[in-house]
Ligand binder design. Structure first.
Ligand SMILES: Cc1cc2nc3c(=O)[nH]c(=O)nc-3n(C[C@H](O)[C@H](O)[C@H](O)COP(=O)(O)O)c2cc1C
Length: 240
């Protein structure tokens, strides 16, 4: 079994999957375990639906119909990015897109190619399992943190089982169709979709590795000394 570190470092947003089913027991086990994620006040505000087979096909067909009626989507459930996005973050977002499209040879000017790739979101990138994560819309920022912790738990547990994933805020754009398909009440806000399956190792889009901002841009270490770090690492090797 891989370590948490290995799962974290090995996970990638995967956008091409093999045509290989995932057993219900495995999906159930991932969700059962992710339920142990912490949440403020133990609210456990998340709701998750996992679909495969005919049920998933029906959702995808409903989404295609929705886009045919309204190509702009159903209006996002929540602002997916702040508008305007501050420069630092806007640069990161652009680079993410550039790196992804470069991996499949789609240039900046190829708007049609970019759109076609974006639309693959609504096919769950060919994954055999599509999941939808939602939360009661009365919940606030603190509970969005909880949902994020739950989401990452699902992603890492899948990684541990040799599965690949892609979290997809794109699914929030078709929230009405998703709710209708799942017979969910309006009070549930669709946070994102999650593709789940076995990664296609041969597909170039899966070769894109997104970089990260430097450590010092996102974190600070204060009051530590090299000596105390050394003491800790030598203690780690001692029997309890
Ligand atoms: C909440 C959330 C929503 C995301 N939405 C999408 C999406 O709609 N479509 C997509 O292709 N990737 C989506 N991503 C994947 C990000 O682009 C990806 O996590 C980021 O570029 C870092 O790459 P990595 O996950 O491969 O490390 C989303 C990720 C998160 C956490």
């Amino acid at each position: 079994m891989i370590s948490v570190t290995e799962a974290l470092l090995g996970r990638r947003s995967t956008r091409a999957f093999l045509d290989r089913p995932v057993a219900m027991e495995v999906v159930r086990d991932i969700i059962e375990t992710a339920r142990r994620a912490p949440s403020g006040g133990n609210l456990q505000p998340w709701k998750l639906a996992a679909m495969t087979g005919e049920d998933l096909k029906r959702l995808k067909a409903s989404v295609r119909e929705s886009f045919a009626r309204n190509p702009k989507g159903e209006g996002p459930e929540y602002p997916i990015y702040p508008n305007p996005l501050k420069e630092t973050y806007d640069e990161r977002r652009r680079k993410c897109g550039e790196d992804m499209y470069a991996a499949i040879g789609i240039g900046r000017e190829n708007k049609q190619g970019r759109l076609q790739q974006f639309v693959r979101n609504y096919d769950f990138f060919g994954a055999p399992v599509g999941m939808i994560l939602a939360m009661d819309r009365t919940m606030g920022s603190a509970q969005w943190t909880d949902a994020g912790i739950f989401l990452q738990s699902v992603l890492l547990l899948a990684q541990e089982r040799g599965l690949a994933t892609c979290p997809q805020a794109a699914w929030a754009v078709v929230h009405k169709t998703v709710r209708a398909h799942l017979a969910w009440p309006d009070e549930l806000a669709v946070i994102c979709g999650i593709s789940l399956g076995y990664a296609d190792p041969a597909h170039p889009i899966n070769a894109a590795v997104m970089d990260r901002a430097p450590f010092d841009d996102v974190a600070q270490l204060r009051g530590f000394t090299a000596a105390s770090a050394q003491t800790l690492s030598s203690l780690a090797g001692q029997p309890a």
